[in-house]
Structure formats: C-alpha cells, structure tokens
Design a protein around this ligand. Sequence first.
Ligand SMILES: CC(C)(COP(=O)(O)OP(=O)(O)OC[C@H]1O[C@@H](n2cnc3c(N)ncnc32)[C@H](O)[C@@H]1OP(=O)(O)O)[C@@H](O)C(=O)NCCC(=O)NCCS
Length: 178
Amino acid sequence: MIYGERLCLRAAEREDIPRFVAWLNDPEVGQFLSMRYPMSQAAEEHWYENMLNSPKAEQVLVIQIRDGEVWRPIGNTSFMNVDWPNRSAEIGIFIGEKSCWNQGHGRETMRVMVKHGLETLNLHRIFLRVFEHNLRGIKAYEHAGFQHEGRMRQAQYQDGRYYDVLVMSVLEEEYIQS
Ligand SMILES: CC(C)(COP(=O)(O)OP(=O)(O)OC[C@H]1O[C@@H](n2cnc3c(N)ncnc32)[C@H](O)[C@@H]1OP(=O)(O)O)[C@@H](O)C(=O)NCCC(=O)NCCS
C-alpha cells in the first residue's frame, strides 16, 4: 500500500474489473479520457491481463478512501511510458466515483504519486496531458504542484470540435523546493 493523509493506493485486482468497466462507461468520466467506444467486460479483462505483464512501475493502482472501517475504491492512477534513461514518466488518473469529485482526492493522489515517483522510483520528471476544457483536472494538478509546460494545439477531436491538449509537469528540484 502507498498511504497518503486521507487515501491509499493499492494494486488493481481482477475483482476490480467490473467497477472499472462501470466507471469508464460513464460518459461524464469518459469524456476526459478519450473514451470513444463503450467498454466491454471482456475488453477490460484483456487489458488487465496485459497490464500484469507491463513493468511494475506502470501497473495500475486503485485509489481508496476511508469509509468508516473499510477502504472504498474511487478511481485509478498509474505511470505510463516510463523512460528510464531520462528518468521521465507520464501519469494518468481518473476518479470514477463522481460523488467524490471536488473533495481534494485528485490533488492528493497526484501528490502521493509524485512523491512515490521521485522518492521511491527515482524519477526526475513527471508529466501529464489534460484537455483544455477539463478545468477541474487542471486545477487539481496545479494544486498538486504541476507547472504548465506546453499546449498541443487542436490535438483532441470531440463533440464536433477540436480542443487543445495541455502538457503539465513537475520536476525533481521543484518538488524538493516545495
Ligand atoms: C480530474 C480529477 C482527477 C480531479 O480530481 P478531483 O478530486 O475531482 O479534484 P480536486 O478536488 O483535487 O480539485 C478540483 C479543483 O477544481 C475545481 N473545479 C471544479 N470544477 C471546476 C470548474 N468547472 N472550473 C474551475 N475549477 C473547477 C475545484 O473547486 C477544485 O479546486 P479547489 O480545491 O481550489 O476548490 C477527477 O475529477 C476525475 O477523475 N474526473 C474524471 C476523469 C478525468 O478527468 N481524468 C483526468 C484526465 S487528465
């Protein structure tokens, strides 16, 4: 387990697959994840088996918050495209339980993952891509210490128009100074 103040991150289990399918098929969640097609249980099972063969640093972690005496799963996070020579990695996140949005869990998850990435995995740079209209995500990442780094113009086609994709990152020295 990786513990934050109010949440913990654990490895994803096969039993989580139905919950992932439900979250990803929710249009309000999927709109910011480029979900263009409905997700089947079979496709998610296939993804899960492949994920188990991916490098340990890239395996998906389930975000859990305290619910009385038990931990309640609310979403996922993982590093992707880890580039060891450059000690750089991309990070992804989604909170599938919409009732848990806007309570600081996204910000805290990113802080915990940045700490894990820099202090445990010895990464130097962690970056993310976020659609320009994902104002909640952008704010959460700013709060977690991510800096605006660039803008991929009209890189995302959705609902009949193009959106820019913002690139944000945090560097080792910025994290140490914060
Ligand atoms: C994006 C996401 C991870 C953020 O997590 P979260 O727990 O909801 O975010 P937080 O509560 O940490 O921070 C959200 C901030 O955005 C603000 N916010 C919410 N809606 C906003 C809006 N329309 N405009 C501006 N700010 C907004 C909140 O007030 C909060 O800021 P505050 O702490 O200063 O009040 C989560 O909402 C999510 O998974 N959404 C669906 C999928 C997704 O977008 N994944 C990320 C793809 S890059």
